[in-house]
Design a protein around this ligand. Structure first.
Ligand code: SRM
Ligand code: SF4
Length: 568
């Protein structure tokens, strides 16, 4: 493996765009003022991502709009930046109101611990961002070729170490923010820096990173943030109840394209140990190494995982150590045993309570059968602590006092949510991405297809006596992997309308990828394929054997599916 780049290929169009954008300004402001269309130009669409905004259209309406000769039903999705998923009650209430006034009335909790607002019409974008600003929320770098929302275990009150790790994650998020004033100028009407003073991006440079970059912090034994899927992961090493430091993991990533073997999910490699005060130096070294060596010609090959695959992990580690100015120590022992959220009431080390509430696919809305949005609003109106968004699209009502606990309990009961956490273990361990109708990349349904699929699988589980058996299932509408399906014991990945690939055999703690088991199945065929495997699992598993391990031992040895990239 050579550390030197091969013959340079021409940079992708996005590189020229970033370079010419004057630090992410482009002509976004002008496009947003243009009332003749609900859209913005494709160039500006690439740039608004760095501001946390995506141009989308309602795909359910495409056919009808085409028939009527109308432009697509354009609208924006806004993703909030929320390091470690922390949000105060006041911030929650403002976001919820803004979702009603400026969006489609729902809030969507994401797999990276933040909120998305969908259905925001062009004229509503600026008031939305200004409304968020009143409670000190922003969407800077929630998307784009930069370090994205930094993940950390929710509920820092669990221990002093959790709190310390949360603070470090938050600090790293601030450190890695783009320094351009473009966001403030365009959305918050700050004075134009264009008047004279020059800007610079000390960490990123004027073309930012070759591609998105994701950082997560985990505190074993919980791997709730899916550490090995991150470009950069910090695994807390706790010794004598104190934070000794972190094992550093690099090069995780899940996105792939069907039929393109050069794209694949990859688990991060653990390269060594650092003390806590070296987090920023290490992060800067990894980010700048990827900035300088990542592929800027081919965006499908531009994530850190490919830089490492191409050049080798030993080369990458040496490069990072050279930049950081210190050597990593040997990695220290750690063990991940679980990945799911903690549901129900728990008492933190600081004496406060927190309540983990399951929310299917993270969608907060009122339906005729469940008024989840009203319930959370009422809780936020009286709750003195904060909310913590989890990496599994759930919410934790956090920092509850002894006196506040019965009040929250009464609201949960009033809205029928007390039983929310007593559903099948499969459902409580289910994730799905958004997909249709908003995601422009969806090949199949996901969020809307998950509930009926779960119902059918639950019938099978009931027949086998497996209702309370923890099995994780993750569904996406395309192979990009937004619900991290390749780390699920049952992974379901959209291929075409109503057709999915079925992956089996990941390890429950997020340390082994699954493998392709069957292709192009309808949801009913998925149930038919899984039913006999679940029945055998009920009868033939060894003591304590989890479903992913069972599939690897039995089913996958017979299946034709090719192994996917690395396993841990
Ligand atoms: Fe994602 C693109 C939604 C987590 C890999 N993702 C998208 C877009 C923005 C579609 C687009 O580019 O037009 C989706 C918007 C849909 C919509 O209508 O809201 C989208 N991704 C999501 C969310 C909301 C899924 C969810 O249901 O929770 C998650 C938001 C996270 C956040 O708050 O920042 C989300 N996306 C992920 C994850 C999981 C993670 O980060 O832990 C992954 C896999 C990990 C990884 O990055 O390798 C992921 N999203 C992608 C990719 C493939 C990237 C790649 O390297 O190939 C794309 C497409 C792309 O970047 O070209 C993508
Ligand atoms: Fe869209 Fe695909 Fe991500 Fe689902 S996995 S949200 S369909 S990009």
């Amino acid at each position: 493996m050579s550390p030197e780049p091969e013959t340079p290929k021409p940079p992708s169009a996005n590189e020229g765009l970033k370079a010419a954008s004057n630090f992410l300004r482009g002509s976004i402001a002008r496009d947003m003022r243009d009332n003749s269309t609900g859209a913005i130009s494709e160039d500006n669409n690439q740039l608004t991502k760095f501001h946390g905004l995506y141009l989308q259209d309602d795909r359910d309406l495409r056919g009808e709009r085409r028939r009527q000769n109308l432009e697509k039903a354009y609208m924006f999705m806004l993703r909030v930046r929320l390091p470690g998923g922390r949000c105060t009650s006041q911030q929650y209430l403002v976001l919820e109101r803004l979702a009603d006034e400026r969006g489609n009335g729902t809030l969507r909790l994401t797999t990276r611990q933040t909120f998305q607002l969908h259905g925001v019409l062009k004229g509503n974008v600026k008031p939305l961002i200004q409304g968020m600003h009143t409670v000190l929320l922003d969407s800077i770098a929630a998307c784009g070729d930069v370090n994205r929302n930094v993940m950390a275990p929710p509920n820092p009150e669990r221990s002093a170490v959790h709190q310390q790790v949360y603070e470090l994650a938050r600090g790293f998020s601030e450190f890695a923010l783009p320094k351009t004033r473009a966001y403030h100028e365009i959305w918050l009407d700050d004075e134009l820096a264009a008047g004279g003073e020059s800007e610079e991006e000390p960490l990123y440079g004027s073309t930012y990173l070759p591609r998105k970059f994701k950082t997560g912090f985990a505190v074993p034994p919980s791997n709730d943030v899916d550490l090995f899927s991150q470009d950069l992961g910090f695994i807390a090493i706790v010794e004598h109840e104190r934070l000794a430091g972190f094992n550093v993991a690099v090069g995780g990533g899940l996105g792939m394209s069907h039929g393109n073997a050069e794209t694949f999910p990859r688990l991060a490699d653990v390269i060594g140990f650092i003390p806590p005060d070296k987090v920023t130096d290490m992060g800067a070294a990894v980010i700048t190494a990827q900035r300088d060596y990542g592929d800027r010609a081919n965006r499908k090959h531009a994530r850190l995982k490919y830089t490492i695959e191409d050049r080798g992990i030993a080369w990458f580690q040496a490069e990072v150590e050279r930049r950081a100015g210190f050597r990593l120590e040997p990695a220290r022992p750690f063990q991940f045993t679980r990945i799911a959220d903690e549901y129900g009431w728990h008492r933190g080390a600081d004496g406060s309570w927190y309540f983990g509430l399951f929310i299917l696919s993270g969608r907060i809305k009122d339906t005729p059968s469940q008024r989840l949005k009203s319930a959370l609003r009422e809780i936020a109106q009286v709750h003195e602590g904060d909310f913590r968004l989890t990496p599994s699209q759930n919410i934790s009502i956090s920092g509850v006092s002894d006196a506040g606990k019965p009040v929250i309990e009464a609201i949960l009961s009033k809205y029928g949510l007390a039983a929310q956490n007593r559903q099948s273990a499969l459902r409580l361990n289910a994730l799905s991405c958004v997909a249709l109708p908003t995601c422009g990349l969806a090949l199949a349904e996901s969020e809307r297809a998950l509930p009926p699929l779960l119902e059918k699988l639950e019938q099978v589980l009931d027949e086998c006596g497996l209702r309370d058996e923890v099995i994780n299932i993750r569904m996406t509408g395309c192979p990009n992997g937004c619900a991290r399906p390749y780390l699920a014991e049952i992974g379901i990945v959209g291929k075409a309308p109503n057709k999915y690939n079925l992956y089996l055999g990941a390890r429950y703690n997020g340390t082994r990828l699954n493998r392709l088991h069957a292709e192009s199945l309808t949801p009913d065929q998925i149930v038919e394929t899984l039913a006999p495997i679940l029945r055998s699992y009920a009868l033939e598993r060894t003591p304590g054997e989890q479903f992913g391990d069972f599939c690897t031992r039995t089913v996958l040895t017979k299946s034709a599916g090719a192994p996917l990239a690395a396993t841990a």
